[in-house]
Design a protein around this ligand. Sequence first.
Ligand SMILES: Nc1ncnc2c1ncn2[C@@H]1O[C@H](COP(=O)(O)OP(=O)(O)O)[C@@H](O)[C@H]1O
Ligand SMILES: [Mg+2]
Length: 293
Amino acid sequence: MDQAAQLRNIIKGNAKPEHLSRVITVTSGKGGVGKSSFAVNLALHLQRMGKKVVVLDADFGLANIEIMLGTRPSANLADLMYGGKTLKDILTEGPEGVGFISAGSGIKELANLKREQIFYVLHSLVELDDLADVIIIDTGAGITDSVLDFVVFSQEVLLIVTPEPTSITDAYALLKTLHSRQEFETSQTRIKLVANRVKNEQEGKEIFDKVSIVAEKFLNVPLQYLGCIPEDQEVSKAIIKQVPLLQCNPSSVAALSMIRLANQLEDLPMNQVQEVKGIKKIFTNLLHAKLKK
Ligand SMILES: Nc1ncnc2c1ncn2[C@@H]1O[C@H](COP(=O)(O)OP(=O)(O)O)[C@@H](O)[C@H]1O
Ligand SMILES: [Mg+2]
C-alpha cells in the first residue's frame, strides 16, 4: 500500500489489524485540585497491574507531570510536529517503565498544522495506540477550548473536584460548557467524578451529589461516582521529593485510596465498558474540520 492510501486508511479507521489504547482524560473546572497527582499515581498503579501506560501531559501551564515523575523529556509533541522528531524521540521512560509525553505547545499548535503535518501526527499516534494499553491525558484546568476539545472527544473522563465551593461551581461550569458543545454526546463520553482532599467518605459523596444532581437535572449529563481521596499531607511531600506517592509512601491513606480508585476503573462491570477507540480517534475528531478542507 502506498503512503497516501495508508494515511487515508488511518483516518477512516480502516488500518487493521490495530491495537487501540484505552484513553482516560483527567480534568477539572478549577486548577490545583490534584489532577496531576492522581494522573501520575493512577498511571503507576495500572503499569504495576501489567498494563503499558503512557501519560500525555496536555497541561500547557506548568509542566508538573515531569516534576512529579522526576523525569525531564528532551523533546515534546511540538518537536514531533515541527522538528522532525519521531514518537520514540518524544516518549520518555519514567519510573517503573511508565511512558511519558509532554505536549509542550503541541496541542495549541494543532490548529495551525498543514495537511501533511496532520497526517504525520496521526501516523505517529497510530504507533502510540499500538504501543500503549492505557493513555492517561492530564489536561489543564478550566473551561478553555483546548481542554474542552479533549474532553468532548474522550470516551472516559475523570472529573476531579475538591470540597472548595469554587471547585464545585467550576466543575459544574465545565459540564455546562461541555454540554453546549455541538460535538458532545452523553452516550459517547462517560464522566466519572473523583472527590479529592475530603475529610471523610461522606464529604466525598456529598460533593458527588451536589454536582451530579444539577448536572443531571439541568444538563441531562449523567455522572458516575468513582470515589474519594482524603486530604493527606503525604501528597504534597511526594511532589516536593519528585517521587510518585505510590513509590515514596504507598501505605499513606491517599495512596491507598488512589489504588482503590484505580482498581475500580480496572474492574468495571462488562456492561460499563465501551468499545475502546484509541488516541488516534480523539485526534482525528479534533482535526476533522481541518481534514475536510
Ligand atoms: N489528597 C490530597 N491531599 C493533600 N494535598 C493534595 C491532595 N491532592 C492534591 N494535593 C495538593 O494540591 C496541589 C495541587 O495538586 P496537583 O496535582 O498539582 O493539581 P492540578 O494538577 O489539578 O493542578 C499540590 O500541592 C498537592 O500536593
Ligand atoms: Mg496539573
